[in-house]
Design a protein. Structure first.
Lengths: 422, 422
């Protein structure tokens, strides 16, 4: 049997009892005959405690030192996990990101992995040891400083190590049973999805499904590495994210699921001169203040005025920053006014079968109409339809789509749908 | 101006407020024109908290993983200290023991430093940065695993780095004003000692003065590196530990101070056959169970029986272990019985001037006699006299010697005398 990489998040190792449970699961996998490499996040509240300490000594701590501080978190959890495994009679060795060969660029707080050189991990596995690796961290190629990978960092560490070690599978353990057809808190009849293609999971993640981060799925797709998202509290099969050959896709369900995102806002730039380069100017101003935009809509311009309106969505936490930056640039860009709205949400329908099944779009909009929901913006890809609606209408929109596309379960009710930590 | 290495213990960085105070002191030293390298221990209770966590997951955690766990402590304190310095407008960079080039053997929990290669520290200093280094930790030469240095480890890190960097001085900051002529809790008239030779400090440390660890003083002596022990709560000059040329020693005070040690025990091995190799057998048995012995006394053997008694002292925490080991070996060694006593203490008089001033021994024992104290064992070096007395008579013995050798202060009362942490 081959190598399994397992990743456990902060809630799975939140205290000594849970660490011991995780150790049992790891030892069981090892006893089945697999080589096992484990990636672990910091214990539950550790990161918050460390951030609080940092805030007490400095309002704006340097990124290098913040990374040095935060990486203490995984150091603690991984050493404790190795101890718990040793206590069950198995040999375990913990390794920092740097020791595990996770090489990154020098962008503190959100470093990108540029290489993985897991020589020490391979050596430990060859000795029959269980390797425990700190997630979320690496060492910069240029400065040899400790870095952190930012959001989704531990999942990405796990996938990157699994790819570098030619693992059979990367198992991502979380507090839910897998990826669901919708958030069960909104849709009690939501079902666990057994299998998703990388493309579908990417669209789900980009559309607000918090269970896996985009970057980790992208990494897995690049190396065609199977991911198994499953619960650390049960032994049930979860959701497999795999490469699905085109011929199989024909027989796959048309629709995988409904994702949604709260905390969205939109800005309309009114009366933009309708000439080349105007939109580029607007988005350059927004990008310069570090704000990522999502959907963009440009109205047909008025022949009478030679002006047009441009609307885009962004995280509502960035709304003030973006509005201020645009206001400052009003004269140079030459638009008439700004309108903003932070009471919106996004709902998306994702499914690879959409490509080959006409009529999905029509059914989508009739479901919205039947539920009495006004659609404010539309964006589509080959395998996704997303619309912006009033935030307070999100639950109705999600449930209406889930039902219209026959995703409702007739079986048991899904467990609570949660997000991943780091 | 040259390089100053400063070491701050756990109580000096116990919380955010204290870390900010320490940062101010470091910045002040830098602004005087010195290059500054700082060695820091873990914050106050961090180590105890981590030990408690370890105990919760495993009764006997592997040393490698224990070291991985505990080194998270300095990682936190050093990053916070670097942040606090940055907040005062100075550039600071924190480094783990491994990054600072502290190379050790592979003895987890009490590794020995075998080399210091501070290339990254030198580079940081050359850039005008303040270097913050994690005390107590290193990386093993053979396995590249993280190690800890055990007791006195942070002081030793500081002295070793100072030696490798050719520092002018290694300043050891603590919660008292320096080394005192006696423990001020026992002798309120105890005075701060302005200057001590390495030999005197070694004898003081070996005799129970907890302010500096033996290994750190030994390291400093080997490299003739001046140590300045001083308070982190004041700017007063503390105690300098330096090489004192022989001609100056003639004029130095005859006696430096009185040290004492509680928590001692003694074992008497009764009726040992008086022939070569018997004592060696006894001490081999004790050494095999990892117990360090201190003073040894052998009585004149009885001509009638051809047997003798051997008495030695050891830490009282090791008494049970040693007695059990000896009992098991009774038949093979052939002694008659064992007696043990854990109600003893040791008091020592230290001073380089003893070498050249006759009469010190006579005065010592008449002071003991005048105070009505029975001396149970005696051990001497060229610059030290130590005796074992009843533990409850220790305070009287210390005060009597302090007074007899004119060490009593006429000035201000000393502040409380504490120990160092790691």
């Amino acid at each position: 049997m081959g190598l399994v990489v397992q990743k456990y998040g902060g809630s799975s190792v939140a205290n000594a009892e849970r660490i011991k449970k995780v150790a049992q699961r790891i030892v069981a996998t090892r006893k089945e005959g697999h080589d096992v490499c484990v990636v672990v996040s910091a214990m539950g509240d550790t990161t918050d405690d460390l951030l609080e300490l940092a805030a007490q000594v400095s309002p704006l701590p340097p990124g290098r030192e913040m990374d040095m501080l935060l990486t203490a978190g995984e150091r603690i959890s991984m050493a404790l996990l190795a101890m718990a495994i040793a206590n069950l009679g198995m040999e375990a060795r913990s390794f920092t990101g740097s020791q595990a060969g996770v090489i990154t660029d020098s962008t503190h707080g959100r470093a990108q992995i540029i290489d993985v050189a897991p020589g020490r991990i391979r050596e430990a596995l060859d000795h029959g040891h269980i390797a425990i690796v700190a997630g979320f961290q690496g060492v910069s190629q240029d400065t040899k400083d400790i870095t952190t990978l930012g959001r989704g960092g531990s999942d990405t560490t796990a996938v990157a190590l699994a790819a570098a070690l030619n693992a059979e599978v990367c198992e991502i353990y979380t507090d839910v049973d897998g990826v669901f057809t919708a958030d069960p808190r909104l849709v009690p009849t939501a079902r666990r999805i057994a299998r998703l293609s990388y493309e579908e999971m990417l669209e789900m993640a980009a559309s607000g499904a918090k269970i896996l981060h985009l970057r980790c799925v992208e990494y897995a797709r690049r190396f065609a590495l199977p991911i198994h998202v499953r619960s650390s509290f049960s032994t049930k099969t979860g959701t497999w994210i795999v490469e699905i050959p085109e011929e199989e896709q024909m027989e796959a369900p048309i629709i995988s699921g409904v994702a949604h995102e709260r905390g969205e806002a939109k800005i309309t730039v009114v009366g933009v001169p309708d000439k080349p380069g105007e939109a580029a100017q607007i988005f350059a101003v927004v990008a310069d203040v570090g704000v990522n935009i999502d959907m963009i809509v440009q109205n047909v311009s008025s022949v009478a005025t030679g002006r047009t309106d441009i609307t885009f969505t962004l995280p509502s936490s960035d709304l003030t920053t973006a509005v201020e930056a645009l206001s400052k640039a009003q004269a140079s860009i030459g638009f008439e006014s700004l309108q903003s709205d932070d009471q919106i949400g996004k709902v998306s329908l994702v499914g690879a079968g959409m490509r080959t099944h006409p009529g999905v779009t029509a059914k989508f909009f009739s479901a919205m109409a039947d539920a009495g929901i006004n659609v404010e913006m539309i964006s589509t890809s080959q395998i996704r339809i997303s619309v912006v609606v009033r935030e307070d209408e999100l639950p109705i929109a999600v449930a209406a789509l889930h039902s219209a596309f026959d995703l409702d379960s007739t079986g048991d009710i899904a467990t609570v749908y949660g997000g991943t930590g780091r």
